[in-house]
Design a protein around this ligand. Structure first.
Ligand code: FES
Length: 127
């Protein structure tokens, strides 16, 4: 484990349930143990706050933690454009067998964006 991964694993940022989240998205698979819930507070389509709960290995904790920082203050569209391998790059690289840990954040973001859009489409209009 490199120093950057250790730093984020030992002192993770934004790993908490957000009770006032605009939307939540899931990544990974709760059935096999590797799983995250990503919470987003969105205002004017900007992610003003991101947090997550993680069930997974130290790499999942470190990668999800840095991912919450990467997407904060970005538009939902810009956050979705972050390449999947950028999480691993910012942490100085990951072992090949740990790459999947870093992909749960982007997967959860896609699911959160889907949920956000569906909630907006399905909100009844005032008559
Ligand atoms: Fe499965 Fe990291 S979350 S090995």
């Amino acid at each position: 484990m490199n120093e950057q991964v250790k730093k984020y694993f030992k002192n993770p940022r934004n790993l908490e349930i957000m009770t006032d989240a605009t939307v939540m998205g899931q990544g990974g698979d709760p059935g096999c143990g590797d799983y995250i819930e990503l919470y987003l507070k969105i205002e004017n389509d900007i992610i003003i706050k991101a947090s997550a709960m993680v069930a997974g290995c130290p790499y999942a904790i470190a990668t999800t933690s840095i991912f919450t920082e990467m997407i904060t203050n970005k538009s939902l569209d810009d956050a979705m454009m972050i390449p999947g391998d950028q999480v691993a790059s910012l942490l100085g690289g990951l072992p090949k067998e740990k790459i999947h840990c870093s992909l749960m954040g982007p997967e959860a973001l896609r699911n959160a964006a889907h949920n956000y859009i569906m909630a907006r489409i399905c909100t009844p209009m005032a008559s």
